[in-house]
Ligand binder design. Structure first.
Ligand SMILES: Nc1ncnc2c1ncn2[C@@H]1O[C@H](COP(=O)(O)OP(=O)(O)OP(=O)(O)O)[C@@H](O)[C@H]1O
Length: 608
């Protein structure tokens, strides 16, 4: 099956669309290169100079040995039958080779350590920077694209730092050294041998570019295949339940064949390069033999010079072909580093002031003072909202989907700053306070509890990393999670996979309650699960909730009537505005929006 056929076949599979954001080639940019080189700075005292000295030693030895063999061994020692000089030269050359071996071993070792350390530092810096970024950064990007930057883009710099930079220096020194020596030994022979150089250089650059583009296509196809694979595995349950396996496989076959085709083309093009270098080498040798023989016969050069030339010619094409490779690495590094720097230059838009204050004994008195907020310019999510949540109160936020309930919760945790007005806790504008001291006082329990891979014990302890096993178990007991945990094969030590697939929705909820209770926050934000849970679990969760709410200010994005009814204050939202507020009885009497909402829930229950 050809790529074209696959594309035709796959054209009806428009559902599968993966943006090809893999811009692999970028023009060389000095500023960016310098910024990259800056990562070598911590190693300028030990590893880097060590590697450069080792590289210089081995390069100089490689440059010197052919002269020793040609001019000294052949012309002087053998030509003049000087045995003691010959012995002396053999020992010197052996020692030099040994030295070069040691220097090379050290260079490779140090350069590898250097490259790995730089990549380690870069990845560490990138990860900790991304962790600090605000929610609006993650709103704009998929988790997959962030992953690609931290893994692949950083990886593609590894080759540059391990071999690229030192090899570049080595090859430049080697090439210039060889050219200078050849001209010193015999200018006419050097000119004759090197005359093909510009032509070969031109052709090889063209070939390289062509090969590079083919490999870029391979990379793009691979990333497309990865995206599809990732999505397929994540959504396998939905795919199977909608019987879409055939369509899915058909698309995968298409991507897989495209990948095969591109790789085949790239391999084919690459396969021409090696023989081309060999051919250039052969042409150089033919010129050397014919013109060199003429120069020897006319007594213009000695046999020693001829032999040295043969040695140098053999060494010549390796750096040239490697320089092309390094150029490739540089271009790939330009693209990758641009993407990495784009992340590193991103600043959290929720900033902490230098003189930010710390919350001491937070009471949990929340005030929204004419708060206006938009996620983006084209739509306002909250319109001049003013509200108060007293310490210890349970406040329910109700309203249709998209009315702004989660936005209010996001502003309390200061995941975003208001566009106008202020959010205050205990009278302090949140923008004047340290983020850490705010967030350690708040726990958020989301609808879809995130379970990290690890044991149940570790997952609950996430609420307070310093808590003892006893405290963890105590918290689980209070919210009633203890019962289902003790039924698990390994109790608290049961391993749960990422996202907690082995637990039911209700169990995950109880786990997240235990986590929140352990954290013992002053403010609790609860995005209540809408998923229908059986009555028994519902009762358990309600009981657990009561325990959890005791003595804290709680903001509940509530869907269940049972929860809402018991709230001290119910705030009804619509399109980012407060329609009405009060407790259940007052609002029912008003016969407004809340009354309608409750009525519709009852109608629905009746219909069931
Ligand atoms: N990260 C975001 N970027 C841009 N717009 C957003 C973002 N999050 C929410 N919105 C928009 O802001 C408005 C309020 O959303 P919000 O999530 O607060 O509603 P909600 O009442 O919590 O809804 P639901 O009950 O469905 O969770 C909606 O119009 C929504 O589309």
């Amino acid at each position: 099956m050809t790529a074209k056929q696959t594309k035709k076949q796959a054209s009806h599979l428009n559902r599968f669309y993966y943006p090809l954001d893999q811009q692999v080639e970028k023009p060389f940019n000095w500023k960016q290169m310098l910024r990259l080189l800056f990562y070598l700075k911590p190693y300028t005292k030990n590893l880097l100079p060590g590697a450069i000295i080792a590289m210089l030693v081995s390069t100089i030895i490689r440059l010197v040995v052919p002269i020793l063999i040609g001019t000294w061994v052949i012309d002087k020692a053998i030509g003049e039958s000087n045995v003691s000089l010959l012995t002396y030269l053999i020992i010197t050359i052996s020692v030099l080779y040994l030295l070069s071996y040691v220097a090379n071993t050290l260079r490779i070792r140090w350069v590898n350590i250097l490259g790995q350390r730089v990549i380690h530092d870069l990845r560490k810096g990138l990860f900790s920077h991304v962790q600090r970024l605000s929610h609006n950064f993650f709103d704009k990007r998929s988790a997959g694209s962030i992953l690609v930057r931290i893994l692949n883009d950083v990886n593609s710099l590894q080759e540059l730092f391990t071999n690229g930079i030192i090899n570049l220096l080595m090859d430049i020194i080697m090439l210039s050294g060889i050219i200078i020596i050849l001209f010193v030994l015999s200018p006419p022979l050097a000119l004759a041998v090197l005359i093909i150089l510009p032509i070969m250089f031109f052709i090889s650059t063209k070939m390289r570019r062509n090969i590079r583009r083919s490999w870029q296509n391979v990379r793009i196809q691979k990333s497309r295949m990865n995206s599809h694979l990732n999505e397929s595995m994540q959504g396998i349950r939905i795919t199977q339940s909608f019987s879409q396996e055939k369509e899915n496989t058909e698309f995968f076959n298409g991507v897989n064949t495209d990948n095969y085709e591109n790789e085949r083309i790239a391999m084919k093009k690459s396969a021409y390069f090696g023989p081309f270098v060999e051919m250039s080498n052969a042409i150089g040798t033919v010129i050397l033999i014919s013109f060199g023989a003429h120069l020897i016969l006319t007594d213009q050069i000695g046999i020693g010079v001829f032999v040295s030339f043969a040695f140098y010619l053999g060494m010549f094409w390796e750096p040239i072909s490697r320089l092309g490779q390094i150029y490739n690495q540089l271009l790939v590094a330009m693209a990758s580093s641009e993407r990495i720097f784009e992340f590193l230059d991103e600043e959290p838009n929720v900033e902490e002031k230098k003189d930010a204050k710390v919350f001491k004994d937070m009471k949990g008195h929340i005030v929204f003072d004419k708060v206006q907020f938009s996620y983006n310019e084209d739509r306002v999510a909250l319109h001049e909202i003013s509200l108060e949540m007293k310490p210890g109160q349970t406040v329910a936020l109700v309203g249709h989907t998209g009315s702004g309930k989660s936005t209010i919760a996001n502003l309390i945790s200061r995941f975003y700053d208001p566009t106008k007005g202020a959010v205050k806790i205990d009278g302090h504008d949140l923008r004047d306070m340290k983020l850490d001291s705010l967030r350690t006082n708040i726990s958020v329990v989301l609808q879809d509890t995130f379970i990290f891979s690890g044991t149940i014990m570790e997952n609950i302890r996430f609420g307070r990393p310093g808590a003892s096993d006893q405290e963890v178990m105590e918290a689980a007991k209070v919210v009633g999670a203890d019962e289902f945990i003790s039924r698990l094969s390994n109790g608290y030590e049961t391993e749960v996979e990422e996202r907690g697939n082995i637990l039911s929705a209700g169990e995950r909820q109880l786990l997240s309650f235990a986590r929140a209770l352990l954290a013992d926050p002053r403010i609790l934000i609860l995005d209540e699960a809408t998923a229908s849970i059986d009555t028994e679990t519902e009762i358990k969760i309600q009981t657990a909730l009561k325990k959890l709410l005791e003595g804290r200010t709680a903001i509940m994005i509530a869907h269940r009537l049972s929860t809402i009814r018991e709230a001290d204050n119910i705030i009804v939202l619509e399109h980012g505005r407060i329609l009405e507020q009060g407790n259940h009885d007052t609002l029912m009497k008003q016969k407004g929006e809340y009354y309608e909402l409750v009525k519709s829930q009852f109608d629905m229950l009746d219909a069931l």
